[in-house]
Design a protein around this ligand. Structure first.
Ligand SMILES: [Zn+2]
Length: 119
């Protein structure tokens, strides 16, 4: 969605009245946005947030799926069923490593192909 000149005029009035526009950047937190930034944020929030976090969109999406998803181990047990073991949260998209961050301690310490002994 691109802002019209009318939209921008209204936003400028709001800004001139010292009203700040705050956005929640996942992985970073709240921060004020300029009118130009707001337009980019509205057009493609995930790309904007990936840029803010200094990671690729692909990396950001993987982290997003993990952090805002089920947040459980993606590995499989010896029986071939999903492990779904407990995985600690990862609040920083930079630190997310596919196959490590989203695996339980049993699977992380032995790699994705390790079959969990308790299963
Ligand atoms: Zn596991």
């Amino acid at each position: 969605m691109e802002f019209t000149e009318q939209d921008k005029a209204l936003l400028l009035k709001i800004q001139e009245a010292d009203v700040n526009l705050l956005a929640f950047i996942r992985g970073r937190g709240w921060r004020p946005l300029s009118i130009d930034e707001l337009e980019k944020f509205v057009q493609n929030r995930a790309q904007f947030e990936a840029d803010e976090n200094g990671v690729s969109l692909e990396q950001f999406q993987k982290w997003l799926d993990f952090e805002y998803g089920d947040r459980c181990c993606i590995s499989t047990t010896r029986k071939g069923t999903p492990c779904k073991g407990y995985v600690r949260p990862c609040h920083d998209p930079h630190s997310f490593v596919e196959g490590v961050t989203n695996c339980c301690t049993s699977h992380t310490s032995h790699g994705l192909t390790y079959e969990r002994k308790s299963a």
